[in-house]
Design a protein. Structure first.
Length: 237
């Protein structure tokens, strides 16, 4: 089987044998795929793998059956997305989420669009927290675990911006009754997440707590490497 000129990004790359690379890629039409780029590390062929790096939009072609395909061509239709400073770590965090949560060979065209959007927003150098929260929300929805962001889960009433709710992972937002359940979050935060409108600093903190709780069951007990690494870098003198 052959796949030709599929839009995609490399999520991660590993040495494979003495001269090749093993790629994890996220593509528009085929979802996450594993590819072997043969011979690209051979002396004198360093240029062959120059484009096979994260955050470079690619047109990928490959052949083969089973879990791993053989890369036959990789073209770069445009320059790499220019990420700098903290935006690089944010983008690697996004890559790790995709690697951890998407199964191979399951198409997620909407999530591919969300992935492309978040990289380009991060490259602008502003609103990075907002961009990550929106991507996390879209990721959950794409996986079938979308947040309930419109109505009180118990009463069915529309959310009210001024009210405080407790977001219960298995139910959704319910009016805060003083019990220490779920995640405390203002209605205004939930409404802004639903509409993808700008979140103020307090709303960003609430959204981060909410989305971390929502993602936790899917990620399991293994911590995110990028999150741990970023914390350790921030703690250095």
């Amino acid at each position: 089987m052959r796949t030709d000129s599929e839009r995609g990004f490399v999520l991660h790359r590993y040495p494979y044998g003495e001269t090749s690379l093993l790629l994890e890629a996220f593509t528009h039409g085929c979802g996450r795929v594993g590819l072997v780029a043969r011979g690209v590390r051979r002396p004198g062929r360093a240029f062959a793998g120059a484009h096979l790096r994260p955050f470079q939009p690619l047109l990928l072609s490959w052949s083969g059956r089973g879990d791993l395909g053989t890369l036959t061509r990789a073209e770069a239709p445009e320059a790499a997305i220019g990420l700098k400073g903290n935006a690089v770590w944010c983008a690697f965090y996004v890559n790790e989420l995709v690697l951890r949560l998407l199964h191979r060979h399951e198409a997620h065209a909407d999530l591919y669009g969300a992935y492309d959007d978040v990289l380009r927003t991060l490259a602008q150098g502003c609103c990075q927290e907002q961009a990550l929260r929106i991507f996390e929300k879209r990721l959950l929805a794409g996986l079938g675990y979308g947040l309930a962001l419109a109505h009180d889960a118990h009463t069915g009433e529309p959310l009210r911006a001024h009210r405080t709710y407790r977001y219960l992972p298995d139910e959704g937002p319910v009016a805060d009754d003083g019990e220490p359940r779920g995640v405390a979050v203002k209605g205004a935060t939930l409404i802004a997440l639903a509409r993808e409108t700008p979140l103020d600093p307090e709303q960003l903190r609430e959204a981060k707590s909410l989305l971390r709780v929502a993602l936790a069951p899917l990620l399991g007990d293994k911590p995110l490497y990028t999150r741990s690494l970023f914390r350790s870098m921030q703690s250095r003198p």
